[in-house]
Design a protein around this ligand. Structure first.
Ligand SMILES: [Zn+2]
Length: 151
């Protein structure tokens, strides 16, 4: 087991304290402003919805959610580009590069896999950085994409 890093342990304690204050303040705001406006039997349901909306960012996202977000972005990029290719002389849309111009290299980012966001070199599958790098995670990524789309 790794030796605990005192700076990390300290930050963790501080962050937990801040989260506790955030939660308490959110509860207070709920009790003061929202609770009086909802029927007593619906209070619990409203409270969990409200707290989930506020604190969703604090929850770690699953690898599937990351992948789904990435696929959604690429789908949007594809649609925007297909609708008006001339509007994107650099090929990059507001949602990044569409499939055909996006590097196919797969990276490991913490616990999930993601596709490189750079532009491919003309007529190649990869960007300049990944042109000669073995794409070791491609099969694993394709498997994750297939599993996700079969749900
Ligand atoms: Zn790349």
């Amino acid at each position: 087991m790794a030796t605990p890093n005192p700076a990390y342990e300290f930050m963790k304690t501080v962050c937990e304290a801040i989260q506790t204050i955030e939660q308490e303040y959110a509860s207070y705001l709920f009790a003061k402003y929202i609770k009086p406006t909802v029927a007593p039997e619906a209070i619990e349901e409203h409270k969990s919805k409200y707290m989930n909306t506020l604190f969703i960012k604090n929850k770690p996202m699953s690898a599937d959610s990351h992948l789904q977000m990435e696929l959604d972005e690429i789908t949007r990029a594809n649609a925007d580009y297909a609708a008006d290719p001339k509007a994107f002389p650099s090929k990059k849309t507001d949602h990044g590069y569409p499939d055909e111009f996006r590097c196919n290299f797969i990276k490991q980012d913490r616990s999930y896999l993601k596709r490189c966001q750079s532009k491919t070199v003309d007529d190649e599958f990869y960007c300049t950085q990944h042109m000669n790098t073995p794409n070791k995670l491609l099969r694993e990524y394709e498997k994750a994409v297939n599993e996700l789309s079969s749900v």
